[in-house]
Design a protein around this ligand. Structure first.
Ligand code: HXC
Length: 515
């Protein structure tokens, strides 16, 4: 055997040993929990044969608490680069079979190395989290490692897409890296995210709660809004990641790959979806599907704050971000959560040069003590800020109701929409006709012989005068009143003519959004 052959064989032995992770029984335990081993996750997510791994032979530096000489394969995390749909990505996956995927200093250094690569090469970063958190034996060095990760998450924000995939526990301060990234993916029964675990809660508050109810996948998809995509299996989760990456660009200076323009499916007849009665609900996703290529729509945060719908579709082959009031839920009102949800999505689209199409049909902000005390002023302001700040092409279509502050907030001309179109049924006013008539004609109604008849008459008068799109059209606040059937053509044209849009803003270090 030549020297080279011996060295290659030694390399192979070392590789074989290193990829065994925490050993057979730990891997069997992982699989028994319904979880894939770290490398298997990467292989299933990336294009076949595209993964190149780095720092396979890294060794931990812990010396205390019996750690000296302990073999922790790759220090509990796998890092590398590969491709998804042919496009390069950087990835790390924590290996729970090695010391519970806990984060020691070398483990953190591997993660920060791949984050630095991603930022330098301007490619998306995907982090698969499956970890017991800071490695207890390494004390402050583990905490320092987290700090280095959080700092890089912040630097990379708005430069490269950052995706966090929660495929196991993600406990303590460790949850803040996902929270700093753009999209968080969770899988039912597998993902757990919380700041303080059930044991701490029991000892401090005396309350018993299981991990699933505290911070399981459903909790973060439906209640907290921390997760953006919910899947029933790891495989479904990987397919969601591939779809998302197909819609978005690899960096803030790249463009999402255009596709062939394919007409929407005939079953989505746009003129039949929205009822003429202003209070009758319908699913705004059907309107979106009547506008997008092949009627495809990839919804973000589908299970949270359902009164607003956000997500990606394509028009004429190009990616568009949709923000749409959802009359099916709470009549599509704006509230704290829906404002948060839309504002963050708008900022993502703006950072990555994705044009925004806004579909408007809502009665305004949700009234009530609960909302006021939950801070609807501050949260609602996020939406105003995000739309005003965004410089990507911004197009609004007013489908039906556009009342009050909501009219302004939903990408009005006044926040610098590039195009505002309204359907003939649109009502653009300070408030709905009933409320308005009751206030401005209160005296006439009270003093009338038949107050109810007078009220009806005044409501009708108000409707005739203000509840239509022509008052706004007369002022140029909307550009065209259009036939619903013309909407896709108007959008195609507006997106086409906006491609070279350039906006200069006053020079500043950064704004101070209300978050
Ligand atoms: C060192 C750890 C560890 C940790 C788990 N392990 N967490 N080792 N540091 N943080 C080890 C276990 O000792 C065990 O080693 C192996 O990983 C598997 O763990 P199990 O407990 O057997 O697994 P399981 O029953 O599935 O429970 C998983 C778990 C639990 C729920 C995550 O391990 C747990 O509660 N861990 C501690 C979570 C935690 O409080 N972390 C610190 C959070 S504070 P052996 O050798 O027996 O196989 C934090 C601060 C970050 O992270 C601050 C950033 C700003």
């Amino acid at each position: 055997m030549s020297l080279l052959s011996r060295k290659i064989s030694e390399l192979q032995d070392r590789r074989d040993k290193a990829v065994q992770g925490g050993g057979e029984s730990a891997i069997a335990k992982q699989i028994a929990m319904g979880k894939l081993p770290a490398r298997e996750r990467i292989n299933q997510l990336l294009d076949a044969g595209s993964f190149f791994e780095y720092d396979l032979f890294i060794e931990h530096e812990a010396r205390e608490f019996g750690m000296e000489g302990k073999n922790l394969a790759g220090d509990g995390v796998v890092i590398g680069t590969g491709t998804i749909n042919g496009k390069p990505v950087a990835i790390y996956a924590q290996d729970f079979t090695v010391a519970g995927g806990s984060l020691g200093s070398m483990h953190a250094r591997k993660i920060t190395k791949i984050m630095d690569y991603a930022l330098r090469m301007k490619i998306p970063l995907i982090g698969i989290n499956d970890s017991g958190g800071a490695r207890i034996q390494e004390g402050v060095n583990s905490l320092a490692g987290y700090g280095e990760i959080f700092f890089r998450n912040t630097l990379a924000s708005g430069v490269i897409p950052q995706l966090s995939v929660i495929l196991g526990p993600c406990a303590g301060g460790a949850v803040y890296s996902p929270a700093l990234t753009d999209f968080v993916f969770v899988v039912d029964k597998i993902s757990k995210m919380f700041i303080t675990g059930p044991e701490v809660i029991k000892s401090v508050l005396g309350e018993e709660i299981d991990m699933e109810s505290l911070g399981g996948a459903r909790v973060h998809s439906e209640i907290t809004g921390n997760a953006h995509f919910f899947a029933n299996s790891e495989q479904e989760c990987f397919s969601q990641i591939k779809t998302l990456l197909d819609y978005i660009p690899s960096c803030n200076e790249c463009k999402a790959s255009p596709k062939k323009s394919i007409e929407p499916l005939k079953k989505f007849k746009i003129e039949k979806i929205v009822p003429v009665e202003p209070t009758k609900p319908y699913d705004v996703r059907d309107v979106i599907k009547a506008l997008t290529d092949s009627s495809e729509f990839f919804e973000v945060q589908e299970l949270w704050a359902g009164n607003i719908v956000v997500g990606f579709g394509r028009i004429d082959g190009r990616t568009v971000g949709f923000v749409a009031n959802q009359p099916l839920v709470l009549a599509g009102v704006l509230d704290c959560d829906s404002s948060d949800k839309a504002a963050r999505f708008i900022r993502f689209c703006d950072a990555f040069e994705i044009p925004i199409v806004t579909l408007e049909d809502m009665p305004g902000y949700l009234p009530g003590v609960d909302q006021e005390h939950a801070g609807v002023i501050r949260h609602g302001a996020k939406l105003l800020y995000a739309y005003s700040e965004a410089t990507v092409p911004k197009i609004t279509v007013i489908l039906r109701k556009a009342y009050g502050g909501g009219y302004i907030a939903m990408n009005s001309r006044h926040l610098r929409a590039d195009f505002v179109f309204a359907w003939p049924l649109a009502e653009i006013a300070v408030m709905g006709p009933e409320g308005a008539a009751n206030i401005i004609f209160r005296k006439e109604i009270m003093e009338a012989e038949d107050p109810e008849a007078m009220r009806k008459q005044k409501v009708e008068e108000y409707k005739q005068k203000f509840a239509n799109p022509y008052v706004a059209a007369a002022k140029g606040y909307i550009d065209s009143v259009i036939n619903p059937a013309e909407t896709r053509n108007y959008l195609k044209h507006a997106l086409n003519v906006s491609q070279n849009k350039v906006v200069k803003r006053p020079s500043k270090k950064h704004g101070i959004p209300p978050f």
